[in-house]
Design a binder for this molecule. Structure first.
Ligand SMILES: [Cu+2]
Length: 146
């Protein structure tokens, strides 16, 4: 390690030197970094608000419209177990990121035309959580079946 610290350029100047920073500044930078990490985890993994409840139609079909604009709204949808589901995605966001939605547990994917409404029917589910996300898994939602 000491040989590294003693490294000098051909002109005799040290290759780098340590700049002393006040401890408070180091702590502030570390705290800022941790806060950003926490915000990122919350954004990608956290629960954002309460679950929206799907409406119930004929023969117990549960229906909900999900607006796709920057994210899924609602992103958390509460459904009843044992009854079929129709999700309608209304895409307003021109970003190609959200042009496709995937429900991995059902091996279903759906292309969402811009400004269109596209429906996906899913069979009755067991209680549990079933995530859905965009083609790159950056925009996320979850079906909360109880
Ligand atoms: Cu995406």
């Amino acid at each position: 390690m000491s040989s590294l610290l003693a490294a000098v350029a051909s002109n005799g100047e040290p290759l780098w030197r340590t700049i002393q920073q006040p401890l408070a500044l180091k702590l502030a930078v570390a705290a800022g970094g941790l806060a950003l990490i926490a915000a990122q985890l919350w954004w990608f993994l956290g629960r954002h608000g309460h679950a929206a409840v799907a409406s119930e139609g004929e023969r117990g079909l549960q229906e909900i419209t999900i607006t796709v604009d920057g994210g899924y709204s609602p992103a958390r949808i509460r459904l009843k177990a044992g009854q079929p589901v129709r999700l309608t995605f209304h895409r307003l966001d021109p970003s190609s990121c959200v042009a496709q939605v995937i429900v991995p547990d059902f091996r279903r994917s759906l292309d969402l035309p811009l400004n269109g409404r596209t429906s996906l029917e899913l069979p009755a589910m067991q209680p549990g959580e079933y995530p859905f996300h965009c083609g790159m898994a950056m925009v996320r939602g979850v079906l909360e079946v109880v």
